[in-house]
Write a protein that binds this ligand. Structure first.
Ligand code: NAP
Length: 280
C-alpha cells in the first residue's frame, strides 16, 4: 500500500510541494504519494494526530500553521525549530514520538552555498523580519555571518536581532530601519530579500533598484512567484550575482525528504519540476 505524505496549510491549493515530492518519489521508485490538505489552525492537532494514526510518512506545514504547531503538546520540537518559533516539517518516529523541525533556514543556506557564497564572515543584509527571516537569520548566525536586519517596522528588526543575539551564536546580528538599506549595501557582500515586496500580484515593487546595488553583491530574493522578480532584474542590471527563491524552496523540501526517509532526494529533478510548474 502506498505511504502517504502531505502538506497542511490554508490556503494550500497553489502549493508546489506535491509536484516536487511526487517527482522525487517516482524517480526513486518509492511507493509513496504526497498530497496537499487544507487544514485550519484550530484543527491542526487533530489533523496531525490523525495522520500519525493513519501511518503517514511525514508532513510539511505552511502558512498559517508553522507557528501554531510549536504550541501543540503532541509535537516535540528540535532546538532550532524552538528557537525559530516555527515548525515546517513533522517526522513520525517509530517510537510514536512526533518531532517538529524547521528546514527553511537550511534551505536558504544551501541556496547561498550553491551560488558559492562563503557564509562565515560575510556581511549580509537581510530585508524583512517576518517568519521566513527568523528561520534564515538563526541559520546564518549559527554559520558565523555578520548580519544586519532591516525592516519597515524597525522595532521588529531590533527585536529579532535581540532574540538571535540571546542565542549566543557565532555570528553578529543587529536590527535597523529600512531607510538605512542603501548605505548598508555599500559594504555588504549579500542582500537577502525576505519581504513580500515583488511577490505576485505586486510584481513591480522592489526593496532596491540597480543604482543601490553593485557587482560585488550576491542578491538572493526568496520570493519565487514570479520566477524572476523585479529585484533580481535590478540586481542583474547592476552586475550583481543573483540567487532565486526556487533554490531555497527546493533545498528546504529536500531536507524534509531526508528527515522523513533518510534518503538523498534528486534535487535537480525537484528543481526542474518546480520551475516547470511555475512557468505553467
Ligand atoms: P511575513 O512573516 O508576513 O513577513 C513579511 C515581511 O515583509 C515583514 O518583514 C514586513 O515588514 C515586510 N513587508 C511587507 N510589506 C512590505 C512593504 N510594502 N514594504 C516593506 N516591507 C514590507 O512573511 P514570510 O512568511 O516571512 O514570507 C515572506 C516572503 O517569503 C513571501 O513572499 C513568501 O512567499 C516567501 N517565502 C519563500 C520561501 C522559499 O522557500 N523560497 C520560504 C518562505 C517564504 P513589517 O514587519 O514592517 O510588516
Amino acid at each position: 500500500m502506498k505511504q502517504v505524505f502531505g502538506v497542511f496549510g490554508d490556503p494550500i491549493s497553489h502549493s508546489l510541494s506535491p509536484a516536487m515530492h511526487n517527482a522525487a518519489f517516482s524517480a526513486l521508485g518509492m511507493d509513496c504519494i504526497y498530497h496537499a490538505f487544507r487544514v485550519k489552525p484550530e484543527k491542526l492537532e487533530k489533523a496531525i494526530l490523525g495522520a500519525e494514526a493513519m501511518g503517514f510518512g511525514g508532513l510539511n506545514l505552511t502558512v498559517p500553521l508553522k507557528e501554531v504547531a510549536l504550541k501543540l503538546s503532541c509535537i516535540k520540537p528540535d532546538p532550532l525549530a524552538k528557537k525559530i518559533g516555527a515548525v515546517n516539517t513533522i517526522v513520525f518516529e517509530e517510537t510514536g514520538e512526533i518531532r517538529g523541525y524547521n528546514t527553511d533556514g537550511l534551505g536558504a543556506k544551501q541556496a547561498l552555498q550553491e551560488a558559492a557564497v562563503e557564509i562565515k564572515g560575510s556581511k549580509i543584509v537581510v530585508a524583512g523580519a517576518g517568519g521566513a527571516a527568523r528561520a534564515i537569520n538563526f541559520q546564518l548566525a549559527a554559520d558565523g555571518a555578520d548580519i544586519t536586519i532591516v525592516n519597515r517596522t524597525e522595532e521588529r528588526a531590533i527585536a529579532l536581532a535581540k532574540d538571535i543575539s540571546a542565542a549566543a551564536l557565532p555570528g553578529k546580528v543587529e536590527g535597523r530601519g529600512l531607510s538605512e538599506l542603501k548605505d548598508l549595501l555599500q559594504n555588504a557582500n549579500v542582500l537577502i530579500n525576505t519581504t513580500t515586496l515583488g511577490m505576485h500580484p505586486n510584481i513591480d515593487s522592489t526593496i532596491a533598484t540597480a543604482d543601490n546595488l553593485h557587482s560585488g553583491l550576491t542578491v538572493f530574493d526568496i520570493v519565487y512567484n514570479p520566477l524572476e522578480t523585479r529585484l533580481l532584474r535590478e540586481a542583474k542590471a547592476s552586475g550583481a550575482k543573483t540567487v532565486s527563491g526556487v533554490s531555497m524552496l527546493v533545498y528546504q523540501g529536500a531536507e524534509a525528504f531526508r528527515l522523513w526517509t533518510g534518503i538523498d532526494p534528486p534535487v535537480e529533478l525537484m528543481k526542474k519540476t518546480v520551475l516547470e510548474a511555475l512557468k505553467a
